[in-house]
Design a protein around this ligand. Structure first.
Ligand SMILES: N[C@@H](CCC(=O)N[C@@H](CS)C(=O)NCC(=O)O)C(=O)O
Length: 194
């Protein structure tokens, strides 16, 4: 299969890390969002949303949305809890990541690191909501080594993607000590080096 992704994107890297952890074989197609490679006619024909990550399976089927992809990849693996309630807790984190974390922590980073915005010029709501998301994570991780059932799951892989680079968006991770310890723990458990 082919994974279309931009290596600067946490949404794409979480797909790569999950595939690597499971040992799937794939071809990585580097797709630059900054130069509009997701907006060409050929790309839009595959994914009308014009975004990465996107997977094209050998039979031509297409799958998009990072968290849908990692759930599909990890089906039957230890990254998805067997217990139905714990599995639902994992989904709770995955939905929260897309609605209440990524739109602030990742967007702040994109503006600061890739568009050259000064952290002090970021929209205050983005900063406030980003800090709130990091504080919520810190609180949860003060009580448990991993987000779900004290074991590495897709919740950790999805949430570490932008949390580990939150400083690039002007957030100070020193304010969230439990988060910092968890980042190191997840990087080691999930073999994350890039
Ligand atoms: N909810 C989507 C978000 C995907 C997304 O925002 N992708 C960005 C890169 S992180 C993108 O492709 N941006 C290019 C564009 O919108 O033109 C997911 O989790 O996959």
């Amino acid at each position: 299969m082919e994974i279309f992704g931009d290596s600067i994107s946490g949404n794409c890297l979480k797909v790569k890390w999950t595939a690597d952890w499971i040992g799937l074989s794939y071809r990585w197609i580097e797709t630059n969002v900054l130069t509009g490679e997701t907006r060409t006619a050929a790309y839009l024909a595959m994914n009308p949303a014009g975004q990465v990550p996107m997977v094209r399976f050998d039979d031509g089927r297409i799958l998009t949305q990072s968290n849908a992809i990692i759930v599909h990849f990890a089906e039957g693996s230890a990254l998805i809890p067997v217990d139905a309630f714990q599995r639902a807790k994992m989904f709770e984190w995955l939905f929260w990541e897309q609605y209440s974390h990524e739109p602030y922590v990742a967007v702040a980073r994109f503006h600061v690191r890739y568009l050259g915005t000064s952290p002090s010029d970021l929209e205050p709501r983005i900063v406030e909501r980003g800090k709130g998301a990091l504080a919520l994570l810190d609180d949860a991780l003060g009580r448990s080594d991993f987000l779900v059932d004290d074991a590495l799951s897709l919740a950790d892989i999805a949430l570490v993607a932008y949390t580990r680079v939150a400083n690039e968006g002007g957030f100070d991770l020193d304010d969230y000590p439990a988060v910092r310890r968890w980042i190191a723990r997840v990087e080691q458990a999930a073999n994350i080096t890039d």
